[in-house]
Write a new protein. Structure first.
Length: 93
C-alpha cells in the first residue's frame, strides 16, 4: 500500500470516529433532554433528573476520549483530565 492509500484509509477511519462520536453525543443529549423535560413537567424543577443527567455527562466524559482517540492514545490524556477521572473515582468509592 502506498502513502496515498494509507492516508485515505486513515482519513476514512477518522471520519468514522467523528460520525460515531457525534451519534453517541446526540443520543446522550437526547437522554438528558428527555429527563429534564419529564422532571420539569412533573415537579416544575430539577429534582430526580440531576442523577441521570450527571451519570450521562460522566459517561460522555469517560467514553468520548476512548472513541475519539482509540485504545492506545486514550491513556495520554492531559493531566487535568486524568486528575478529574481520579477524583471522581475516589469520591465514588
Amino acid at each position: 500500500m502506498n502513502q496515498e492509500q494509507a492516508q485515505a484509509s486513515q482519513d476514512r477511519s477518522r471520519s468514522m470516529h467523528n460520525i460515531f462520536t457525534g451519534a453517541f453525543s446526540l443520543l446522550l443529549f437526547i437522554g438528558i433532554a428527555v429527563c429534564a423535560i419529564c422532571d420539569t413537567a412533573i415537579s416544575r424543577s430539577f429534582t430526580w433528573s440531576l442523577y441521570p443527567i450527571s451519570a450521562i455527562v460522566f459517561t460522555w466524559l469517560v467514553f468520548i476520549p476512548m472513541i475519539k482517540f482509540g485504545k492506545k492514545r486514550s491513556l495520554r490524556l492531559p493531566a487535568h483530565v486524568q486528575y478529574f477521572y481520579c477524583t471522581v473515582f475516589v469520591c465514588a468509592s
